[in-house]
Design a protein around this ligand. Structure first.
Ligand SMILES: *[C@@H]1O[C@H](CO)[C@@H](O)[C@H](O)[C@H]1NC(C)=O
Ligand SMILES: *[C@@H]1O[C@H](CO)[C@@H](O)[C@H](O)[C@H]1NC(C)=O
Ligand SMILES: *[C@@H]1O[C@H](CO)[C@@H](O)[C@H](O)[C@H]1NC(C)=O
Ligand SMILES: *[C@@H]1O[C@H](CO)[C@@H](O)[C@H](O)[C@H]1NC(C)=O
Ligand SMILES: *[C@@H]1O[C@H](CO)[C@@H](O)[C@H](O)[C@H]1NC(C)=O
Ligand SMILES: *[C@@H]1O[C@H](CO)[C@@H](O)[C@H](O)[C@H]1NC(C)=O
Ligand SMILES: *[C@@H]1O[C@H](CO)[C@@H](O)[C@H](O)[C@H]1NC(C)=O
Ligand SMILES: *[C@@H]1O[C@H](CO)[C@@H](O)[C@H](O)[C@H]1NC(C)=O
Ligand SMILES: *[C@@H]1O[C@H](CO)[C@@H](O)[C@H](O)[C@H]1NC(C)=O
Length: 385
């Protein structure tokens, strides 16, 4: 599939081009170009040869919420050379997505255009607890065989890129930026999807760099730089009492700096399901508050039910060749459920120093089982066999 897409991108497949400006888009940053984009999409998607929807460089296109609906006839490439912005005013009603790509097979979205969510008004509502309906910047739902490359996503009101109910997705060379104090602005969120590969990307936002939710299998994250934000997270799992199922997650060759968490597994209390075979390998931390953290005690305030005899079962989680500095004392925190123990935790060549001179780094475990091999700094004597 990657070969075919690579060939497609390199231009060795006959292609028709459909430029949004030929369908009436102005690209002056003021005129609403939504209809022109929909018309262009229609032509592109209905083409029986592989086709390109071209967003030309040097222009800024203002779009309201838009659905790029599939299925399409054949390969479709969205070439984002120009910029796209969202209107800055808030809107009401239940709008769950801004740029939504839905039910498309063999899609690529490439180019170095900037996609700007103008999220500031939403953030101040959220910060002031004013309830507004907001939505991710861009979403791929029910897509198969898609490539997202080189885009710059900035200032989403909410998550920047969501992958859901999709498979065989490759995300590479993406840059995502929002202020470190902007609420819920996750970089990439993956849920109910399998065979997702994220690489060579730089993400600094106010929330998770990458979050991997339930129904995710075979997710590979590599060569990603994170910070500021909340680090790379599996979870929260079990929200709204849904059964959690996550396995075969590999996170490697990442630099994480000035974040709340480094690599985290977070589950709601008293829920069901599993999170297993999760490998964090070759990770560098710089001044991360909770470098390694498993937290199985998450609950919405006031509705904690710790005593129920269930939990999301966490098994086979490996931290291998993980180095760097912690800005709080507890550098390794394996805070598992009292109901269902974590098992098969591996700490192998982990060296985390205090970020501050004269500071201390320590480990904490609750109901965590596994093994330490090679170096462990701080030591993890609390990990039970
Ligand atoms: C279509 O667009 C691509 C990318 O901008 C360009 O390389 C190619 O020459 C165009 N093809 C045609 C037929 O216009
Ligand atoms: C797209 O094309 C279909 C079929 O030709 C048509 O029914 C629909 O109205 C078009 N949508 C837009 C937004 O032009
Ligand atoms: C997508 O690609 C796959 C495999 O390359 C092919 O079997 C399938 O027919 C393609 N679908 C479309 C809509 O192009
Ligand atoms: C995932 O990305 C990495 C890094 O670019 C690459 O080595 C690997 O082959 C990719 N895997 C797939 C299945 O595309
Ligand atoms: C995941 O990424 C790593 C690092 O680039 C690579 O070695 C490995 O083969 C990848 N695994 C898959 C399944 O793509
Ligand atoms: C991570 O940081 C190190 C040291 O600052 C640097 O040499 C390396 O290139 C960075 N890696 C990535 C993937 O950005
Ligand atoms: C979870 O429950 C909350 C509160 O009842 C609701 O607002 C939210 O939409 C639900 N989320 C999902 C994913 O169902
Ligand atoms: C982590 O830091 C070490 C030492 O600075 C460097 O050699 C290595 O390349 C870094 N890892 C990544 C993923 O950048
Ligand atoms: C572990 O979780 C419990 C329950 O939420 C909490 O009270 C405690 O502070 C946590 N310990 C650490 C070291 O995070």
């Amino acid at each position: 599939m990657i070969l075919v897409l690579a060939c497609f991108i390199a231009g060795c497949v006959a292609a028709s081009n459909y430029s949004v400006t030929d369908f009436g888009a102005k690209g002056d940053g003021v005129t609403d170009d939504t209809k022109a984009f929909l018309d262009t999409w229609n032509a592109t998607c209905q083409s029986s040869v592989s086709s390109i929807l071209l967003i030309p460089a040097g222009k800024t296109f203002l779009l309201n919420p838009i659905v790029f609906q599939g299925p399409c006839q054949f390969y479709v490439r969205v070439q984002v050379d120009g910029d796209i912005i969202r209107p800055s005013q808030l809107w009401g009603g239940k709008i769950y997505h801004w740029l939504l790509f839905s039910h498309i097979d063999n899609l690529s979205i490439v180019g170095s255009g900037k996609i700007d969510g103008q999220g500031a008004a939403w953030w101040s509502c959220k910060t002031n607890h004013v309830s507004v309906s907001s939505s991710p910047l861009s979403s791929l739902l029910f897509c198969r065989r898609a490539l997202v490359a080189d885009l710059r996503l900035i200032n989403s009101p909410q998550m920047h890129l969501v992958v859901g109910f999709s498979s065989t997705i490759r995300i590479t060379g993406v840059t995502i930026t929002a202020p470190g104090d902007s609420p819920n602005t996750d970089g990439i969120h993956i849920q109910q999807s399998h065979h997702v590969n994220v690489s060579d990307s730089t993400i600094g936002t106010g929330d998770d760099c990458i979050s991997i939710g339930t129904g995710s299998f075979h997710v590979n994250v590599s060569w990603v730089t994170c910070g500021p934000g909340h680090g790379i997270s599996v979870g929260s799992l079990g929200m709204n009492n849904s059964r959690a199922e996550v396995s075969d997650i590999q996170v490697g060759h990442c630099n994480i700096s000035s974040t709340m968490n480094g690599v985290r597994i977070k589950t709601w209390q008293a829920r069901y399901g599993y999170a297993k075979t999760i490998i964090f390998e070759n990770i560098n931390f710089t001044a991360v508050k909770n470098p390694i953290i498993i937290d199985q005690h998450y609950c919405a305030a006031g509705v904690c039910a710790e005593k129920k005899p269930s939990a999301v079962q966490v098994t086979d989680v490996r931290f291998i060749e993980v180095r760097g500095t912690s800005s709080s004392q507890v550098a390794i925190n394996l805070n598992c459920s009292q109901n269902v123990a974590c098992t098969g935790i591996t700490i192998q060549n982990v060296e985390i120093q205090p970020a501050q001179q004269g500071g201390q780094a320590s480990s904490y475990c609750f109901n965590a089982h596994g093994t330490v091999t090679g170096v462990a700094m701080p030591a993890v004597p609390c990990l039970m066999p």
